[in-house]
Ligand binder design. Structure first.
Ligand code: ATR
Length: 272
């Protein structure tokens, strides 16, 4: 039997997920296909009803559907509940199961790229959108004692603070100067630094020398923020690792093989 899975979003043409899953399918000699599907918000409910009937085992979900599919799901994991959004759906027993693996992806990527990053020190999360929510939840789950969310619109950071409780603080993006010297980790979850976007204007010089800086942006791989961190001698973890690691649980569920994230996968995904 040919196994089917895919990714839905709008737009979807830029998605690296088909290449990523395609690499794993051929590496593990699995008879299956992973396809990109452009689905509008209007058609989302209909499509989710039809995909299992067409033989799909599950799908990844990207912008703008992550919140909507969470609402439409029958069963939700705890980590999807924490984020109120899902990126991984499985069709099983006539039910729609929703999971969110973005936070797990970040933690696994940090583990792989800076294995001794300290979970016992405060962390600074830049941005307060959907991606930030998943990352704050994962950091708290990992034992980080204090997470500061810095956002241009401080009110959005305050929403995360009220959702996650007293371990989370909210500050304006312009007000992080004096906080830097206590941070063990900085995570950029904004779109700043992405190709075609302005760079994130932030001076990292006051970070402790053993702090780790990571970015969820992976195009370019070395964002201006990571370049600055490197030039200060700080350790950096690029955004591609998170993308690769967040994909693994879905692949394992749909295709029955726990996949490996390694250099060969990175090369395959980055190849033109
Ligand atoms: P996602 O769900 O992918 O995280 P989002 O909800 O649009 O996307 O969030 C994008 C984040 O990038 C937000 O924190 C946003 O800040 P605001 O909440 O103030 O909009 C941040 N962001 C985007 N463009 C920015 C810019 N030019 N300067 C500062 N922050 C920016």
């Amino acid at each position: 039997m040919t196994l089917l899975a895919g990714v839905i979003g709008d737009p979807i043409a830029h998605s690296l997920s088909p290449r990523l899953h395609g690499h794993w399918l051929s590496r593990y000699r699995i008879s299956g296909h992973y396809v990109p599907l452009r689905v509008t918000s209007e058609d989302l409910g209909t499509v989710l009803g039809l995909l299992p009937k067409m033989g799909f085992r599950g799908i990844n979900v990207t912008i703008p559907h992550k919140e909507a599919v969470f609402t439409l799901a029958d069963i939700r994991t705890e980590r999807a509940e924490a984020v109120q959004a899902a990126n991984t759906l499985t069709f099983a027993d006539g039910k729609l199961h929703a999971d969110n693996t973005d936070g797990l992806g970040l933690l696994a990527s940090l583990q792989a790229g800076a294995s001794d990053w300290s979970q016992n020190r405060p962390a600074l999360v830049l941005g307060a959108g959907g991606a930030a929510r998943g990352i704050v939840a994962a950091l708290l789950h990992a034992g980080v004692p204090e997470v500061t969310v810095a956002n241009r619109t401080v009110e959005r950071a305050a929403v995360l603070q009220s959702q996650f409780g007293p371990k989370v603080a909210a500050v304006p993006l312009s007000g992080i100067g004096e906080l830097l010297s206590r941070q063990g980790l900085v995570v950029n979850t904004t779109s700043l630094g992405m190709q075609g976007q302005p760079a994130l204007d932030m001076d990292l010089a006051d970070l402790p020398k053993d702090a780790v800086v990571t970015d969820i942006v992976y195009a370019p791989l070395e964002t201006p923020l990571l370049r600055q961190a490197k030039s200060l001698g700080l350790r950096t973890v690029d955004g591609l690792g998170m993308l690769l690691h967040q994909a693994a649980p879905g692949f394992a569920q749909w295709f029955g093989q726990r996949p490996e994230v390694d250099d060969a996968l990175r090369k395959a995904v980055l190849a033109q």
